[in-house]
Design a protein around this ligand. Structure first.
Ligand code: SF4
Length: 325
């Protein structure tokens, strides 16, 4: 038998999680790729395991909901160049790839049309870097997809092209959580040498913080990289104050600031993960009474008009919450 690779293939997935026999794997994979990192699902057997709920394909993804949106956060409205987004004068967002190590089934960028390019062409790449460097922004957010799905050299090319015109660079990546082996000593040293670089990771549940993940986070913090977390509030996964409080406690103990709790965006196929915003606010209030200021994330939403993130409380006061709950 060949040695197991870093990803779980379909035959092994069906043997480990037999309820997947009922799922249209090919159809769901064509709409949004199914990719299961072996390390991420180590020891996961319970169908309600939060890792399995977010990585395995689910028949409910094929159901359309009336408030699904093609561009839930309004990126296309604010995109002056392909793969580039600017919602604020001081910040630019560079989508370096559409590829990820794991395709989270709730993702708001589920815009993978069959045949779409997964990476910018060389012309688009050059144009993106030139646009960002001359934008006048003070912060560049490297995102995707997952910006750590590209090579170290390509990532360094971006960072070096943006400096010195953009002093602060943020890398928004889920790789330290979903594919911790990507956080090699060489990558950590390469990023630390190019500081200031802020790393924003994405953990939703304390069950994701395995020893390998904790080690990756610790090594980045020890190297002087500020690390913050963004979680997404997800029905059936972490819409529980005990879970959110445990997540904050574990992150703070790792010196990772729990920066944002995102209200889920309405992408096609993720309706079963959505939480009513009034309930989200109640959970956030309960969390406030359970944690100190350094453990309390801001509860925010990125509205579809492209105006950028705002607190959910403010968004509801505008009367917008009723259209997306
Ligand atoms: S890592 Fe981020 S971009 Fe990739 S599938 Fe998950 S949420 Fe979406």
């Amino acid at each position: 038998m060949p040695p197991a690779g870093p990803f779980v293939g379909r035959p092994e997935a069906l043997a480990r999680w037999p309820w997947l026999e009922q799922v249209d794997w090919e159809g769901l994979d064509a709409a949004f790729p199914v990719r299961i990192p072996r390390d991420y699902v180590e020891g996961a057997t319970d169908p309600d395991d939060p890792r399995l709920l977010t990585v395995l394909p689910d028949a409910r993804e094929a159901l359309a909901a009336p408030d699904d949106r093609e561009d839930p956060v309004g990126d296309a409205l604010m995109s002056p160049v392909p793969w580039g987004v600017q919602k604020h004068a001081d910040r630019v967002l560079l989508l370096l790839t559409k590829r990820c190590h794991l395709y989270c089934r709730y993702c708001f960028r589920r815009n993978h049309e069959p045949g779409d390019a997964q990476d910018p062409s060389s012309e688009e790449w050059a144009r993106l870097l030139a646009w960002a460097a001359s934008s006048g922004a003070r912060e560049a957010i490297l995102s995707g997809g997952d910006p750590l799905a590209i090579s170290d050299d390509r990532l360094y090319e971006v960072i070096d092209a943006l400096r010195p015109s953009i002093p602060v660079i943020r890398i928004h990546t889920r790789a330290p959580i979903t594919y911790a082996r990507r956080i090699t000593p060489e990558l950590v040293a390469g990023l630390a040498a190019r500081g200031p670089i802020w790393v924003l990771v994405h953990a939703n549940h304390p069950g994701e913080l395995t020893p390998a993940v904790e080690d990756a986070l610790r090594r980045m913090v020890d190297a002087g990289l500020p690390v913050l977390n963004q979680a997404v509030l997800l029905a059936g996964v972490n819409d529980d104050v005990d879970v959110l409080a445990q997540l904050s406690e574990r992150l703070v103990s790792l010196r990772v600031f729990p920066y944002y709790l995102h209200h889920p965006d309405h992408a096609a196929g993720n309706a079963h993960f959505r939480v009513d915003p009034a309930r989200g606010l109640a959970l956030h209030r309960a969390l406030r009474s359970r944690t100190s200021g350094i453990g309390l994330p801001a509860y925010v939403v990125d509205p579809p008009d492209g105006s950028g993130k705002i607190p959910v409380e403010e968004w509801m006061a505008r009367g917008a919450g009723g259209t997306r709950g």
